[in-house]
Design a protein around this ligand. Sequence first.
Ligand SMILES: Cc1cc2nc3c(=O)[nH]c(=O)nc-3n(C[C@H](O)[C@H](O)[C@H](O)COP(=O)(O)O)c2cc1C
Length: 303
Amino acid sequence: MALAFCGLDLAHPIVNGSGTYDAIAARRAFGDALLEAFPFSAFVSKTITLKPRDGNPPPRLFETPAGMINSIGLPNKGLEGYLAHDLPELARLPVPLITNVMGSTADEIAQLVEAVDARAEIDAIELNVSCPNVKTGLDIGADPRELAAVVARVRPLTAKPLIVKLTPNASDVPAAAQAAEDAGADAVSLINTLRAFAPHPRIRTRPPRPWLGGGTGGMSGPAVRAVALAQVRAVAERVSVPIVGMGGVANGHHAAQLLDAGATVVAVGTESFRDPAAGTRIQRELHDLFAKSGNIAQTVRDV
Ligand SMILES: Cc1cc2nc3c(=O)[nH]c(=O)nc-3n(C[C@H](O)[C@H](O)[C@H](O)COP(=O)(O)O)c2cc1C
C-alpha cells in the first residue's frame, strides 16, 4: 500500500488528523514500542500559531449522537515553543513530519511558513485556514479570493509541499479548493470540523446558554462522515492535486470509501481518542480489503 504523496514516500495511506493524536505523550506512554509500530505513515502536528495560546475555557467537549463537539481552541506553545521543544521530539518519529500552522492574517501565516521552511526536520506544511477573519468573522478559507491571496503570498516562501486544509464551513468548498490549487497548493485536505452548538444540558434560557467554554465548537466523528464523503467527492471533481480525506473514519471500509471518492491519503481523527491504535487497525483493515480484490473499485463491489 506504499504510495508517493507530494514527493513524500508513505508506507500506506493512513495518517492522523491534526490535533487528534499527541505523539509526544504517546511516546512517553508506550516508549520505543510506539516507534516500532507507529500507527500512521506520516505525522501531522497539532496547529501551531505565532504566539502561544491557552485555548478556550472549559468545558471543551460535548458528546453528541455519533460524534463530538470540541472547543479546544488550539492551545499550543506558539512557533518558538514548538520549534524549541516539540520539534526535536517529533523529528524522532519514524515517519515524515507535516507541520500544521494557522494565522489570522496573511503576514502572520507568511512568518509561520518561513520559519517552518527553515527546518529540515519538517517534510511538509499544512495550512489550517479555518481561522476567522477578524473583520468578517468568516473563516479565511471560506472566501476563495481571500484564500487564493493567502496561498499566493506564502507559496514562494517554501519549496516544501504545501497542503491547504480547507474549511467545510463554506458555501462553495470546491471553489475554495480550486482557488488553493490555482494559487500553488500541492494538495488539499478536508474536512475540518463543522461548526456546531451545544446548549447547556440543564439550564434553559433564550437565547440558549452555551455548554462549551468557547461558545460554539467543531463537530467531528462518525456523524460527519457523510459530509466528508460529499465534500471530498465534489472537490475531487474540481482539482487535480492530491486530496487528504478525513471525517468520521473509524474502520478500513470508511477509509476505502474516501479513497473511492477521490482521496489519495486518509486521515483518522476522533477515532484515535477511542482507540489509540486505530491508525494501525484501519491500515490493516484497508490492506485486507485491497488484498481481497486488488483494486479499490472492486473492493466496493465486494462489500
Ligand atoms: C479534539 C480535536 C482537536 C483538533 N485539532 C485540530 C487542529 O489543531 N488543527 C486542525 O487543522 N484540525 C484539528 N482538528 C480537526 C481534525 O484534524 C479533523 O479534521 C476532524 O476532526 C474530522 O476528522 P474526524 O471526524 O476523523 O475527527 C481537531 C479535531 C478534534 C476532534
